[in-house]
Design a protein around this ligand. Structure first.
Ligand SMILES: O=C(O)C1=C[C@@H](OP(=O)(O)O)[C@@H](O)[C@H](O)C1
Ligand SMILES: C=C(OP(=O)(O)O)C(=O)O
Length: 433
């Protein structure tokens, strides 16, 4: 069945909007996972509610945690007394659930079955399954060892931990997955990355930071080498920052359409790679001001291309690609070859969709090249990728006649994206999440 298309609104006047962005996917799912193995309850204030966070909530419930979602959206987690086996978990297409939950399931006192969307069966997993093997936990499908979903983790009631090596060149989430569960390993964990490149360093820093926030001793020993000591994980109250990568399309809208977009509750310090947007959007020509805790981005009429190593912040690539097709000079986004293993092959998808819009783009061995070209309307395909849908929305602000197939795929990390976008564009619009 063909998904219905959404007519991306075309901006006719400069924007003047304030956008309340929901909680960070990456922080919400880390806090939820740690809450399941904490020594006391955890209360999450302003967490994300989306498909990816709902999948994580169901996963920790299946493993024995109690989760109460309060009317205002706060989430109260009662840790699992023991991580219980016997359940079945849907990982959807959530990288954080696919990678973070199997090591948690390895603590269970029995088998845990996990499967996800068709694309989840293709996304890289071997670093996690092999690490669990090295830690003494079998991961199988139909009785044979496997490196892909569907899979069964044969938990034996605990993990010794120790020292292991993994190749995390295709995803930083492999590192985070093992470090997050490491405080519950009897000897803690010393983890070494042995691949050539290591993407998304801020997300690894985020993992170390949330572990430390919860009272765990966690540190980087040197580049590509980390140590987490065994110990208690604290609970308590935690306020979730807004998702700065999801702020991206809204801030980019100010460059695509002109005017100003403001995002409140921008953190003064953060490990979220979306914070890099402040410098990147400035370099592309925007005026970017952090006034108190509100970030304001104003389009100046200048939209320049960039040559950028984006390995720290690959999840920003679709948003920056949307601006790059509208820019007056070439863009090169490098260090993001691993995006071929994201929700879809994002490099191929972006080249296909930019070309469909009349633009000029080609793949580099580790990224994308985008050159200025006259654009026209088209129906943008999204490949179950929330960030391909928001890519189409940003381009549609500046190019009439853009439609986006299956815009509902944005629910992976953003509830009601079309409503937020419409309210951003309403005259004097001040949308809320
Ligand atoms: O740990 C995390 O929360 C994430 C890490 C990154 O994954 P990769 O290193 O696989 O790109 C990022 O792209 C993803 O959106 C979220
Ligand atoms: C790569 C992404 O997601 P995931 O957590 O599924 O890897 C993303 O959100 O850009």
């Amino acid at each position: 069945m063909t998904a219905p298309s959404w007519a991306a609104p075309h901006a006719t006047t400069p924007l003047d909007a304030t956008v309340e962005v929901p909680g960070s996917k990456s922080l919400t799912n880390r806090y939820l996972l740690l809450a399941a193995i904490a020594a006391e309850p955890t209360h999450l204030v302003a967490p994300l509610h989306s498909r990816d966070s709902a999948l994580m909530i169901e996963a920790i419930r299946a493993l024995g945690a109690g989760v109460a979602v309060e009317p205002g959206g706060d989430v109260h987690v009662t840790p699992a007394a023991t991580i219980t086996g016997g359940g079945t978990i849907d990982v959807g297409l959530a990288g954080t659930v696919m990678r973070f939950v199997p090591p948690l399931a390895a603590l269970a006192d029995g088998d845990v079955h996990l499967d996800g969307d068709a694309r989840a069966r293709e996304r890289p997993m071997a670093a996690v399954t092999r690490a669990l093997g090295a830690l003494g936990v079998a991961v199988t499908h139909d009785g044979e060892p496997t490196d892909a979903f569907p899979l069964t983790v044969h938990g034996t009631g605990g993990l010794e931990g120790g020292e292991i090596e993994i190749d995390a060149s295709s995803s930083s989430q492999f590192v985070s997955a093992l470090l997050l569960v490491a405080p519950r390993m009897r000897n803690g964990l010393t983890l070494t990355h042995v691949g050539d490149t290591l993407p998304s360093q801020p997300h690894i820093d985020m993992t170390l930071a949330v572990l430390r926030e919860r009272g765990v001793e966690a540190r980087e020993l040197g580049h590509g080498r980390w140590r987490v000591e065994p110990g208690m994980v604290a609970g308590g109250r935690v306020v979730v920052e807004p998702d700065l990568s999801n702020a991206g399309p809204f801030l980019a809208a100010a460059l695509a359409a002109g005017g100003t977009v403001r995002v409140p509750r921008w953190p003064a310090t953060t490990t979220q790679p979306g914070d890099d947007l402040r410098d990147i959007l400035t370099a592309m020509g925007a005026r970017v001001v952090l006034d108190g805790d509100t970030l304001a981005v104003t389009g100046t009429g200048t939209l320049r291309g960039l040559d950028l190593d984006l390995s720290r912040a690959g999840e920003l690539a679709p948003t920056l690609a949307a601006l790059a097709v509208l820019a007056d000079s070439p863009t090169r986004l490098r260090g993001i070859g691993h995006l071929r293993g994201h929700e879809t092959d994002r490099l191929a998808a972006l080249v296909t969709e930019i070309t469909r819009l009349g633009g000029s783009a080609h793949e580099l061995p580790d990224g994308l090249a985008i050159d200025p070209a006259p654009l026209h309307g088209a129906v943008v395909e999204t490949y179950h990728d929330h960030r391909m849908a928001t890519f189409g929305a940003v381009v549609g602000l500046a190019v009439a006649g853009v439609e986006v197939l299956d815009v509902a795929t944005t629910a992976k990390t953003l509830p009601d994206f079309p409503g937020m976008w419409r309210r951003m564009l309403a005259p004097g619009g001040t949308p809320t999440a």
